[in-house]
Write a protein that binds this ligand. Structure first.
Ligand SMILES: Cc1ncc(C[n+]2csc(CCOP(=O)(O)OP(=O)(O)O)c2C)c(N)n1
Ligand code: SF4
Ligand SMILES: [Mg+2]
Length: 338
């Protein structure tokens, strides 16, 4: 991660005072994004940061780039328009679990299906933060909140499953406070052509504090998460002695050195595999049965919507008799307006 010497991460800091609560995970994500953009050598004038509504969606104010704080659940629509109208812009969409998966759910899945070249950061704090603590589509079953005083009775979305189910070609997951890993994930997302979804497990210190703690807590995270890397064996654990194998159609956690299992028996991660079967299983792993998968779970090349539109436009223009506006309107033309 060599930071481009011409660009500093502070170049991406705006003059606005940051209004998130002290201790909110959003601060760390802001730092990671600014660091990733500097490391990628971005020029601030070639970046547009587009959001919906939510605490997370205040993000564009804090970025010294182009930006648009739009309306709830509609960040995808605006970001898609921006990218298609100006494919040279690097378009980053900021969204929360409510913004993306509740009111914006339809837009979210169709953006992914179209594979528009957007980098989407999904801040998953499993709560509506801005509106003071209502349960969201990712809140755990049984979660008690102002809108579920006796606990929710519904199954939460798993964003990775939803993304891959919507024919998503890039999905990665990271933890807000792990800046080093988050920066790498954001860089990977930026390099991927097409819609890239990065789910960040984010802590809302006010309305859902410690919701991810079982896996993000330093004392346990090595045993309860696995950092997947393309081409590397799926090994994890504080002693690096646990791994994942296939048992029939299911993933199984095994201990290397027990029951004759060696490192050679452990699955090797192939993020570029077109088949979604294993990616879905990895994205769906939940603690305590499994370690939660971090890293790039899926990264597959596929036709990119905005590139296809640009190509189609050029082809249609090439074949058309009408080459410019002047071919449509000639001096002396008389137009009937009824
Ligand atoms: C059309 C519309 N409906 C509802 C709202 C109220 N509202 C604003 S933000 C929000 C949820 C935000 O939750 P999330 O996207 O998870 O963001 P967070 O605040 O947690 O970062 C809601 C319901 C709104 N602003 N507009
Ligand atoms: S309410 Fe939660 S998500 Fe919103 S700024 Fe405060 S800590 Fe962050
Ligand atoms: Mg939220």
């Amino acid at each position: 991660m060599a930071e481009n010497c011409q660009v500093k991460f502070t170049d991406f800091k705006s003059d606005q005072s940051v209004k998130w609560c002290p201790g909110c995970g959003d601060h760390a994500i802001l730092n990671s994004v600014q660091k990733a953009m500097a490391s990628l050598g971005y020029k601030k004038e070639e970046v547009a940061v587009i959001s919906g509504i939510g605490c997370s969606s205040r993000f564009p104010y804090y970025m010294e780039t182009f930006g648009f704080h739009t309306i709830h659940g509609r960040g995808s629509a605006i970001a898609s328009g921006v990218k298609v109208a100006n494919p040279h812009l690097k378009v980053w969409q900021i969204t929360g679990d409510g913004d993306a998966l509740a009111i914006g759910g339809n837009h979210f899945i169709h953006t992914i299906r179209r594979n528009i070249d957007l980098n989407v950061i999904l801040f998953n704090n499993q709560i509506y933060g801005l509106t003071k603590g209502q349960y969201s589509p990712t809140s755990k079953r049984g979660f008690i909140s102002k809108t579920s005083p006796f606990g929710t009775v519904e199954a939460p979305f798993r964003p990775g499953e939803l993304c891959i189910g919507a024919r998503g070609q890039f999905f990665a997951r990271c933890i807000d406070k792990d800046l080093k890993h988050s920066v790498v994930m954001l860089e990977e997302a930026a390099k991927h052509e097409g819609t890239s979804i990065v789910e960040v497990l984010q802590n809302c210190v006010i309305y859902n504090d410690k919701t991810h703690n079982a896996i993000t807590d330093k004392a346990h995270s090595a045993d309860r998460t696995i950092k997947l890397e393309h081409g590397k064996p799926m090994i994890f654990g504080a002693e690096s002695n646990k791994g994942l194998m296939l048992d029939g159609l299911e993933l199984k956690v095994v201990t290397i050195g027990e029951n004759g299992i060696t490192e050679d028996d452990i699955l090797v991660h192939d993020a570029h595999c077109d088949d979604i079967t294993l990616h879905l299983k990895l994205a769906d792993m939940e603690y305590p049965e499994y370690p939660v998968a971090l890293g790039v779970i899926r990264s597959v090349k596929a036709p990119v919507y905005d590139q296809c539109v640009a190509k189609q436009l050029a082809e249609v223009q090439e074949q058309s008799q009408i080459k410019s506006f002047n071919d449509l309107i000639h001096s002396g033309d008389v137009w009937d307006v009824e």
